[in-house]
Design a protein around this ligand. Structure first.
Ligand code: AMP
Ligand code: MG
Length: 419
């Protein structure tokens, strides 16, 4: 028995002909080996990449106790039950500290980010302070240590702040810069090759013959892959011809970590895609209990993982977002939660649903008065690509669930997020 089949067969409840989406996810996850190679890059070039080392602060950030507000630094023990008059003895500015030490009854004017003057423990904001008889009048009710930021409050010397496997986004670039680090080790980019199969497909730029459709799958895949920050190799449309398919699979497997194909994996297909996958590597042919997107192949050709997606344009996007996306992030070396979050909102309309399969209906989250609700985009056919464009989320209806009444909570998965 080959390796992938062995691993997958060990999964409890694994049934290739009626595969629960969670079992498909688990099966894929159990087989993947993330990339290990890394490279060093200047921090800005590392944006969107996966960290390959631990970041451990060599010093505290901030490096000194400092003031969080513009105002006056003072000794809290000097303050009485009523208003207290203090003597201003100098100023501490951000980048220009006060050299002396506060004694009893004294205060120092401070700006945000100034090093806390020695002897002071509390900052009172400028807006509530008055000058009286040449002194600074502090109103009662000040809390000890208020408006002070402590050394190491953000990053502590020696305490790891980022782990290998972290995605480097805007905040992480800033954190790394705050430690004065100019270069970081990141995992090498994942290489993903893809092609479309089907004799009915015409490439954009050629004239459409009778019975042909333009290949749109390579465009949606391109868009989804770009967002994952992987290196892309587009091998075009491949005719349903054994020699051409073999050449395409071999070329893809030679350079890529993952191969994505669309079309030719459904049960009724009398073509060469499935036999070729099985001939060149190991391939599992699944019927997943989901809609859209039931047929899917998963396997390996040489060192490349294989994702044979269905041909229908919506099914491609759904199987990609639900299985391939997460698999590619895992292969890229990412750690932590990789699934897109599921949030609950009320359905604005009744939804048709058949128990026994997970459905990914195309939804529109909209504001109804003060409340966010979700409705479908209408026609849900797996060839209606327009539904993906009109939608801003998937309505994810669980395997066991039947029809949904208006007002019932449903799970949604947003297409867009922050950053
Ligand atoms: P298949 O999975 O090969 O049976 O294809 C299912 C449906 O998806 C058929 O109607 C195909 O014409 C359509 N289809 C397959 N591949 C593509 C593609 N690359 N772009 C647009 N439609 C496609
Ligand atoms: Mg076909």
């Amino acid at each position: 028995m080959s390796r992938i089949i062995q691993i997958v067969n060990a999964i409890e409840g694994y049934d290739p002909d009626a595969l629960h989406v969670e079992k498909a996810r688990a099966a894929i996850r159990a087989c993947l080996n993330p990339v290990t190679a890394s490279e060093r890059l200047p921090v800005r070039e590392a944006l969107g990449r996966v960290l390959a080392e631990e970041i451990v602060p060599a010093f505290d950030v901030p490096g000194h106790d400092n003031t969080a507000m513009d105002g006056y630094a003072l000794r809290h023990s000097d303050l009485g039950a009523g208003e207290t008059l203090l003597q201003e003895i100098g100023a501490a500015l951000a980048g220009k500290s006060f050299d002396g030490t506060l004694g009893p009854g004294q205060c120092v004017r401070v700006t945000t980010g100034a090093v806390m003057p020695a002897g002071a423990d509390t900052v009172v904001v400028q807006e509530i302070v008055k000058v009286r008889e040449g002194k600074v009048a502090i109103p009662p009710g000040q809390k000890k240590a208020q408006n002070v930021r402590y050394a190491g409050e953000d990053l502590k010397k020696g305490m790891p702040v980022l782990k290998a496997g972290a995605l480097l986004q805007a905040a992480e670039l800033g954190l790394i810069a705050s430690l004065g680090i100019g270069q970081v080790a990141v995992k090498r980019k994942l290489r993903v090759a893809f092609f479309s199969t089907g004799d009915e497909l015409a490439s954009v730029g050629t004239a459409l013959k009778a019975g042909e459709v333009y290949d749109s799958n390579r465009y949606t895949l391109y868009g989804m892959l770009q967002r994952l920050g992987v290196e892309i190799e587009d091998l075009g449309v491949v005719r349903d011809d054994p020699a051409l398919l073999e050449a395409a699979f071999r070329k893809a497997a030679a350079g890529a970590d993952a191969i994505i194909t669309t079309g030719g994996v459904s049960v009724g297909e009398a073509d060469f895609v499935k036999p070729m996958m099985a001939k060149l590597g190991e391939a599992l042919f699944w019927r997943i209990a989901m809609r859209p997107g039931r047929p899917m192949a998963f396997g390996r050709i040489g060192n490349a993982f294989l994702f044979g997606l269905p041909g229908n344009p919506v099914a491609v996007m759904v199987t990609f977002t639900q299985f391939v996306r997460e698999a590619l992030l895992h292969l890229s070396g990412r750690t932590g939660e990789l699934q897109v979050p599921l949030l609950k909102v009320p359905a604005a309309v009744p939804l048709r649903k058949v128990a026994g399969r997970t459905e990914y209906q195309r939804g529109v989250l909209f504001r109804d008065g003060g409340e966010w609700k979700v409705k479908t985009t209408g026609q849900q056919g797996s060839g209606v690509l327009r539904s993906m464009s009109e939608a801003n989320c998937f309505i994810v209806l669980e395997h066991a669930r039947g029809k949904v009444e208006a007002g019932e909570p449903v799970q949604v998965q947003l297409f867009e997020g922050l950053a």
